[in-house]
Write a protein that binds this ligand. Structure first.
Ligand code: ADP
Ligand code: MG
Length: 268
């Protein structure tokens, strides 16, 4: 569905590559999470998919086509993109921020507004807030509008760049659960990046742990990575530091237990 084929990116005026020889295939229908420290190249990888960044070398293929051959505007319309900082237009109301994206895809004015209101409902934004400007919304509310923008054209692919970074832990958990529920309802392929390993394990059915220049330290299911971290850096990043944790099923939830059987965390 999304194939990264040996892509590298060195930004003009810099000497070290942001991304070096990255290859990976995001499977259709999966929720794939790239996780790694700040500056490791996560945003650069996402932006190479919708041509906001042009690779220095290598190729990205979406739905079987090299994105370099696609019209950038069409391509961006076909992929939902929730930006790292909500990316809302400050002088447009919440509903207009969403409706504008529908308009770009060809919807008429009334239809765009109606779809925007439906999307705001889908992400559980109080309809009373639809007329507010982004500056009058909390971080969590603005992020809901950002997600509604990403979904309004019902793309088969949605990319999310640290979508919950600016919200408090309680709201974050709620938004995470809502995204998972929406994903299940719309059967969308989700590619998400985060620096938060717990978020990666909760959201992803496939997780890539990235190191410097987006080097893949390990790729696999959360269970695989926790049970068999590939190296000391992954072990350190995952926070296992020598402890042996295993994943077990408890009452339909996947939980992590330590050697003594004590529950250490929950996966979903
Ligand atoms: P992440 O999203 O993982 O924090 P980024 O992809 O934003 O990482 O950045 C990767 C590296 O590329 C960083 O060293 C960053 O400083 C650099 N970088 C990102 N965007 C630009 C740019 N427009 N110009 C120059 N360097 C950039
Ligand atoms: Mg980033």
């Amino acid at each position: 569905m999304i194939e990264f084929c040996g892509v590298s990116k060195t930004y003009a005026g810099t000497h070290t590559p942001a991304v070096e020889e990255f290859s990976y295939t995001v499977e259709e229908g999966s929720t794939t999470v790239f996780v790694g420290p700040s500056g490791c190249g996560k945003t650069t990888l996402l932006r190479m998919v919708n041509r906001m960044v042009t690779p220095t070398s290598g190729q990205v293929r979406v739905r079987g086509n090299d994105v370099a051959d696609e019209d950038p505007v069409e391509l961006r319309r076909s992929i939902g993109y929730v930006m790292q900082h909500s990316g809302l237009m400050p002088h447009r109301t919440a509903v207009d921020n969403v409706a504008d994206i529908a308009r770009l895809a060809g919807a008429g004015k009334r239809q765009a507004r109606q779809r925007a209101m439906e999307m705001l409902e889908l992400v559980n934004l109080d309809p009373a807030l639809a007329g507010r400007y982004p500056g009058e919304l909390s971080g969590g509310q603005a992020q809901r509008v950002g997600v509604a923008r990403g979904l309004v054209n019902r793309p088969d692919i949605i990319m999310m760049d640290e979508p919950f970074a600016a919200v408090d832990p309680v709201v974050r958990r709620k938004l995470q659960n809502e995204i998972l529920a929406i994903r299940d309802r719309l059967s969308t392929t989700v590619l998400m990046v985060t620096h938060d390993i717990d978020e990666a394990f909760k959201m992803g059915d496939q997780v890539l742990v990235l190191g410097e220049h987006a080097a893949i330290e390990q790729a696999g299911s959360p269970e695989d990575i926790m049970a068999h971290p590939a190296n000391a850096r992954v072990r350190d990043f995952v926070g296992l530091d020598g402890r042996t944790l295993t994943v077990v099923d408890r009452d339909g939830s996947r939980v992590l237990v330590d050697a003594s059987g004590t529950v250490k965390g929950m996966l979903s």
